[in-house]
Design a binder for this molecule. Structure first.
Ligand code: GUN
Length: 300
């Protein structure tokens, strides 16, 4: 039996449509245009690709996009001043500082200088605390996208055994909080977990977010389990020709698809959901800032 493929690309397109509808309403009824500011420090090629894609999709759903590019040697004081100016700018409803930052900049300090109400990444310590205590917050985009895929597939997640592999602040920990919020029994596994295959085999839901190409084989998956693959790893693909590469997830798709009940592909699974959820968070932040009704179904 082959698993149902969870099509994140198509789902992300429906989310963008919902965001665009809400943006049009904010403009027509309230003369408000939601705005997203993205700060990119340095020349990291992967970050440049992400930022370009974010800017393009922001404009496509009718929002204003503000890009602030700074040299890699910017001082911490100058970057803090830039964030403060965006905090103070009424046309900016969402602020994203692209990570990673160059080593001389204190990432925690910069992230925690963002106005929590504009923190569309959900990385500010206030939002982390609000999420952990089950209060209304800004929710990190990748875990939010995974949650939407799971809710769409299952309806209710209540009582499911979920394993999150990876304990990062960006994905693993907030993912576990969201699953707990939906009444799953949650295990967070990591590099020191004893007998990882056995832990994974007990799960109805597996979220793999470790950044190691194809490390989860199909024989770790419980038959019928739902597998969410957050990994985006570029590996050599000599079969495609010399010097060629291809993208793979943290799960060995070929073996896992034979065992799982449903699975996200890489590419085309979780990846497109992340930017769609960033747009959703921006329109949510804009609605909250103006005391208006939030778009339904676009928040946790
Ligand atoms: N770098 C890679 N992914 C992300 C993300 O989701 N947000 C930010 N700010 N930086 C990233």
């Amino acid at each position: 039996m082959s698993a149902t493929i969870l099509d994140g690309k198509a789902f992300a397109a429906t989310i963008r449509d919902q965001v665009a509808t809400h943006v049009a309403r904010l403009k027509a009824d309230h003369n408000i245009t939601p705005g997203l500011a993205v700060v990119l420090v340095g020349e990291d090629p992967a970050s440049q690709v992400y930022v370009r894609s974010k800017g393009k999709q922001t404009v496509e759903v009718g929002m204003a996009s503000f890009e602030h590019k700074r040299d890699a040697d910017i001082s911490e004081a100058d970057l803090l001043a830039l964030v403060q100016s965006l905090n103070d700018d009424p046309a900016v409803h969402g602020i994203l500082v692209q990570l990673p930052l160059p080593k001389h900049l204190n990432e925690d300090l910069i992230i925690n200088s963002i106005d929590p109400a504009k923190d569309v990444d959900g990385f500010h310590i206030s939002n982390v605390g609000l999420l952990g205590t089950g209060q209304k917050s800004m929710v990190p985009c990748t875990p939010l996208g995974c949650l939407m895929l799971l809710r769409d597939h299952f309806g209710s997640l209540s009582g499911k055994d979920a394993v999150v592999i990876g304990r990062s602040n960006i994905v693993g920990k907030p993912m576990a909080q969201l699953l707990l919020g939906d009444s799953c029994t949650v295990t967070i596994a990591h590099s020191r977990t004893k007998d990882l295959p056995d832990v994974v085999r007990r799960a109805d839901i597996v979220v793999a977010a470790v950044g190691r190409p194809e490390m989860v084989p199909g024989d770790w998956i419980k038959p019928g389990a739902v597998v969410i693959d957050v990994g985006i790893n570029r590996i050599d693909a000599p079969e495609k020709g010399e010097g060629k590469t291809r993208l793979v997830g943290d799960v060995d798709f070929r073996s896992a698809v034979e065992v799982a009940g449903a699975i996200t592909p890489v590419p085309g699974g979780v990846g497109p959901m992340t930017i769609a959820c960033l747009l959703a968070n921006t329109v949510t932040a804009c609605s909250r800032a103006n005391g208006l009704e939030e778009p339904e179904g676009l928040t946790a």
